[in-house]
Design a protein around this ligand. Sequence first.
Ligand code: MG
Ligand code: MG
Length: 249
Amino acid sequence: MITRKTPEQIALMRRAGRVVAEMHEECRKVARPGATTLDVDRVAREVIERRGARSNFLGYHGFPAVICSSPNDVIVHGIPSADVVLAEGDILSIDCGAIIEGWHADAAVTVPIGAIDAESQRLLDVTEASLWAAIEQVVEGRRLGDIGAAVEGLAEAAGFTVVREYVGHGIGTAMHEEPQVPNYGPAGRGMKLKEGLVLAIEPMVNAGGPETETLADGWTVVTRDGRRSAHFEHTIAVTEHGPEVLTLP
Ligand code: MG
Ligand code: MG
């Protein structure tokens, strides 16, 4: 079922979104060479507790942490670990969410660890730009396919590929609601966007091929060719004034 949210409900999602933005700010500060991905998870947990929020990641189908931490060739769903030590030149996707009064927000960012090579920086820049191009489409009357086509167009023009097995989603009183929001087109097709719809849009862009593989832990999704992948996400509401990004500071 696809639900549309009232302005009051969107206001609660905005509060959850601000908590998520603060989690990302704190995570960025500790995501440095020598830190572990468990260190990054710990600061995200502290923000959740400080703000009186709940985590929508912790315990999700048994997921053991507050963030997904996905370095380098890990696309999504990496599990924070004291054994994963970040090194200069790595990239790290940090994906997390929060619940306030039953309302969810969800966002991801991929950060450089120290100085990174130019090709990795270009992957980050293109993936983030593809998210913002998609956000521009979150307007009443546009269609789901316009969102995916915006991501795909930018990523492929840059010589990268878009992951197809994992997609964005509606969000509200659950983290994952209908509709699914693919990161590929065609433009002009799919459901029409209406005021009150809230979507988590999350392009996953690979430097090499689009194929994915899940590791034996049942969570960690990697690129099959071992090349790097970037992931950016925001929670966005369709409003009468256009797209409102709820997961900004
Ligand atoms: Mg997410
Ligand atoms: Mg999501």
